[in-house]
Design a protein around this ligand. Structure first.
Ligand code: ADP
Length: 335
């Protein structure tokens, strides 16, 4: 049973994503450390006949956090309820959801770092003692109503692990930080999706798509669909690397898979502050993103790809970044 709160999954991409979403742990590509740990957690709980501990998945968007929540429910043979931090604006929203759970259900809360404080406090007790303390009325006449709720497993996801409060983090029995996928893993994602979409694709074409996908399965799937569109219009059945490359160029997908914000960050470093280290907050102002998101969502990828350096004096673009944007790297004396 899948029950999706309506304001979470409403985009076209999310719908197509769900068609390609792995539903069992074995179908989940890569992340071998995470998978073997999760297998142990799930099997141990099953053999005890209890729902597993609450699970927290952190990491940039599109790496598979939501998929993992669905996989956990599927592997356990339980139902899943899906919601998000911003959708749970009031204590009553969470209380209604919790009191409607069946024993052993998985409750998935995306963007869990965005729960308002009172809602988060209600969640603490629910996670720990499987009960709800609901205050009815106001002032001296107020009463606390205590409700038992069935044992459930909370799966939390966050792109901003630094913003998950200590008390909330402590209540998860297992947490894992997902990192960007390597090109080899992404190629497997592409080939898997191509098969599901009945596409014919050479290995080289899969590599071409993978290398432009920013280490992110969701982007790999999105790019694959654009390549399919292109091939259909061109009337070509078998997709080669050349065709994939032409298709992605047409849709403005950067050779290294960089997105708009990635490119803006590099432009600030290479054009505006050429050769000088720049503080995180200055970059944030220039690219209109908040500093935390830059630090947790964008920078890790740029660093991993050797385009950006974090130094004590600030951020620096690497020679590779200058080349990528088509600028000569600054002379060392100029720094
Ligand atoms: P997140 O919740 O981290 O933003 P999702 O779980 O929604 O990411 O993943 C987006 C899409 O990417 C999924 O629907 C699925 O098609 C694909 N995907 C993500 N991780 C994997 C994986 N490890 N193996 C195969 N496909 C994946």
């Amino acid at each position: 049973e899948v029950n999706v709160e309506k304001n979470l999954i409403d985009t076209y991409d999310a719908q197509v994503d769900s068609a390609l979403r792995p539903s069992l742990l074995d179908e989940f590509v890569g992340q071998s450390e995470l998978k073997s740990q999760l297998r142990v957690v799930l099997q141990a709980a099953e053999s005890r006949g209890e729902p597993p501990d609450h699970l927290l998945f952190a990491g940039p968007p599109g790496l598979g956090k939501t998929s993992l929540a669905f996989i956990v429910a599927e592997e356990l043979g339980r139902g899943i309820r899906v919601t998000s931090g911003p959708a749970l604006g009031r204590v009553g929203d969470l209380a209604a959801l919790l009191s409607d759970l069946k024993a052993g259900d998985v409750l998935f809360i995306d963007e869990i770092h965005r729960l308002p404080r009172p809602v988060e406090e209600l969640l603490y007790i629910a996670m720990e003692d499987f009960r709800l303390d609901v205050v009815i009325g106001k002032g001296p006449g107020a009463r606390t109503l205590r409700l038992e709720i069935p044992r459930f497993t909370l799966v939390g996801a966050t792109t901003r692990s630094g913003m998950v409060s200590g008390p909330l983090r402590d209540r998860f029995g297992y947490s894992y930080r997902l990192d960007y996928y390597g090109d080899e893993e992404l190629r497997k994602v592409v080939l898997r999706s191509a098969k599901l979409m009945h596409m014919q694709l050479t290995q080289a074409a899969a590599d071409e798509i993978a290398s432009r996908s920013r280490g992110t399965p969701r982007l790999a799937n999105r790019h694959l669909r654009r390549v399919r569109d292109y091939a259909e219009v061109e009337g070509i059945a078998k997709i080669t690397d050349e065709l994939a490359s032409d298709a992605l160029a047409l849709f403005g997908v950067d050779k290294l898979g960089l997105d708009k914000v990635d490119l803006e960050i590099l432009r600030v470093l290479c054009e505006r502050f050429t050769g000088r280290p720049v503080g995180l907050s200055s970059i944030a102002v220039s690219v209109h993103e908040d500093a935390g998101t830059l630090e947790e969502v964008y920078e890790p990828f740029l660093i991993q790809r050797g385009l950006l350096l974090r130094t004590q004096r600030g951020r620096l673009a690497t020679e590779r970044a200058y080349h990528h944007l088509g600028y000569p790297p600054p002379s060392p004396e100029g720094q």
